[in-house]
Design a protein around this ligand. Sequence first.
Ligand SMILES: *Cc1c(COP(=O)(O)O)cnc(C)c1O
Length: 467
Amino acid sequence: MALHTQVDVSQQDREVDINPVYVQEKGLETPRYRLPENRMLPQTAAQVVRDELILDGNARLNLATFVTTWMEPEAEVLMAACADKNMIDKDEYPQTAEIERRCVNILAHLWHSPVDGNATGCSTTGSSEACMLGGMALLWRWRKARRAAGQDASRPNLVMGTNVQVCWEKFCRYWDVEPRMVPMEPGRLHLTADGAVAQCDENTIGVVAIMGSTMDGSYEPVKEISDALDRLQQDKGCDIPIHVDGASGGFVAPFLHPFLDWDFRVPRVASINASGHKYGLVYPGVGWVVWREPSALPDELVFNVNYLGGQMPTFALNFSRPGANVVAQYYNFLRLGFKGYHDVQQACQEVAVFLSSAIAKMGPFELLTEGKELPVFAFKLKDSITGYSVFDISERLRSRGWLVPAYTFPANLQQTAVMRIVVKNGFSMDLAGCLLADLRTQVKILEAHPRPPVPLVDEKARESFRH
Ligand SMILES: *Cc1c(COP(=O)(O)O)cnc(C)c1O
């Protein structure tokens, strides 16, 4: 979470004044950065907090995030009813544990695990924790094999594209694994088979392939990467597993691209993660990771907790965690079924493609993706446009409440500044039409008031959000 520094209260601890309507006594104030001396009524406290939160953006207009911003009222009620359950208390809440087991099974099946019932998996707080667990399994497995063969196990590396989500950089830094990042190039916005294999050697613990790059919504070619790794194994003998980071695509590809080989149908795919709180359609706080077979998950990583008088194996970085999100995931599975998920993701895709084609026709823009893989697309200004930037557009859209991020790509495309739109459940054609109208208006204003070009470094300082 954000690292917060302590505030110098002698300078800044202005008290929060409380509207006299909320309280009996007039002029009640309370400190901001220290624990108040006395209590206040629950209604008063709730009202003060609610008033502050007005300043947050409207989640429904947040086209920056991949994370769910709308759930049905029934799901919200169910989540509130489970707010008091701790996911780790398997013994105390065995039915919640059973529901987690069902979800893992549903996902293993959806991702075509070989049917002999060998897949194992668990829920997590999100894909970041899931990727950390997936990466740890790769590292432990590689180390064990190297040691067993009497070989040096001190210099592990992980191969991936520079477009990976920050969780993979964290994994490498926290576990002292060398990140081997394959850069982006013009016309190549994610990892390719050749790019990946060129970085692999006997110290490679795995290759991360992303199903749904956060940069532009495109799928990385898992099957081609796997085929190239097969050839590498034939030539050089290294048997390198793939972890698929399906944070978004794990809940999109099975429904919209059922014939694409990206999951356990590809034998080299050892593990897959997904965010239940992205296209799994649950509010923030749940992710999933599934391993193809027990041998992909070394025993040393597994700890046991009590469960109905016995023991249940667990693998997690956290201990206590809310159970409500797992229950909500199961609710969605029951409520929507395969057909329902398909229809929801299809509706998102239709909105994404409608928006991207309208934006392409507008004039100043050039699409990098169309939203035909994830319902997510990135676009940039044509090189001929110099009087304003994507950062200006992002800022102007914000004045209407729309949160559309502008950011620069990682190496080697740092000079490319783009905007990205993530279409999620609840973002209707109607809202998309409103966004287009606002985008047209803002572009017209910017065209009428061009400014001299600003160096990209200064522009980047304005980068307000990027996920
Ligand atoms: C969002 C995302 C993550 C991190 O997932 P959280 O669920 O937010 O922790 C990791 N990888 C990819 C590709 C993502 O899109």
